[in-house]
Design a protein around this ligand. Structure first.
Ligand SMILES: *Cc1c(COP(=O)(O)O)cnc(C)c1O
Length: 228
């Protein structure tokens, strides 16, 4: 079932990529395995999937511990909101952290990365729809955060991430995806950098996100099934 789902997703990714003048290989698929047991990750791995997304540090570490020795090319991304008291557990477990959204958090990840002798790849999560109570940096604080991260020796800014508002019709969010892409390009320009990833698009809206410029999509339920 997981193999079949992955196959279908890859075909849909390819179609959306072509529609926006790119190829399937330009898009990174993060299979969001949160709440699913390690066996499901192994199943997806055996169908060729290598990158997995988790949203809770403790839950992720339990799974990673058992998998990393067996599958040396498996990769985990932290995609969920990060509390500062969890940062010390990150170590080298996550090849990419999608959810850096405040200076205090960036500062702490940098500090622990330095202590552990590593450089942590991160994305800045943007609250592009300016929704109250939602994670992600607001546009008014965005440049300050970018500048802070660029000055952290042990952080590498790899791109931007967003979670769109919850809606019934994904088309409604298309302008937010487009706005993120604009911000991505403008940031590269302004700071003279070349960020690699624009992480947006989930099970219900990844084609629209890709059409609007995403090159990293985070897909859970369409691969692993409904979460209980
Ligand atoms: C759960 C989650 C996803 C995947 O959502 P699906 O709708 O299951 O594809 C993507 N991104 C983040 C940040 C998530 O927490």
């Amino acid at each position: 079932m997981i193999c079949k789902n992955l196959e279908i997703i890859m075909e849909r990714i390819e179609k959306a990529a072509i529609k926006s003048g790119r190829a399937k290989d330009d898009i990174v698929l993060v299979a969001v395995s949160k709440t699913f047991p390690a066996e499901k990750i192994v199943e997806a791995y055996n169908c060729g999937q290598r990158v997995f997304g988790e949203n809770r540090v403790q839950e992720a570490l339990k799974k990673i511990e058992g998998l990393r020795d067996k599958f040396e090319d498996i990769e985990f991304h932290m995609i969920g909101h990060l509390q500062t008291n969890k940062v010390r557990y990150l170590k080298n477990n996550f090849s990419l952290i999608h959810s850096v959204d405040r200076i205090e958090l960036a500062e702490l990840i940098n500090k622990y990365a330095k202590k552990n002798g590593l450089t942590q790849d991160i994305l800045i999560q943007v609250n592009i729809a300016e929704e109250p109570q939602k994670s992600g940096v607001l546009l008014k604080d965005y440049d300050r955060l970018v500048e802070f991260v660029l000055n952290c020796d042990n952080l590498k800014l790899k791109g931007l991430m967003m979670i769109p508002p919850l809606v019934d019709d994904a088309e409604v969010n298309r302008p937010f995806f487009a706005k993120m892409n604009e911000l991505f390009l403008k940031t590269n320009d302004r700071y003279n950098i070349q960020m690699d990833y624009l992480s947006m698009g989930m099970s219900d809206d990844f084609e629209i996100a890709i059409e609007e410029g995403a090159n990293m999509v985070r897909i859970g339920s369409a691969i692993f099934g409904k979460r209980s």
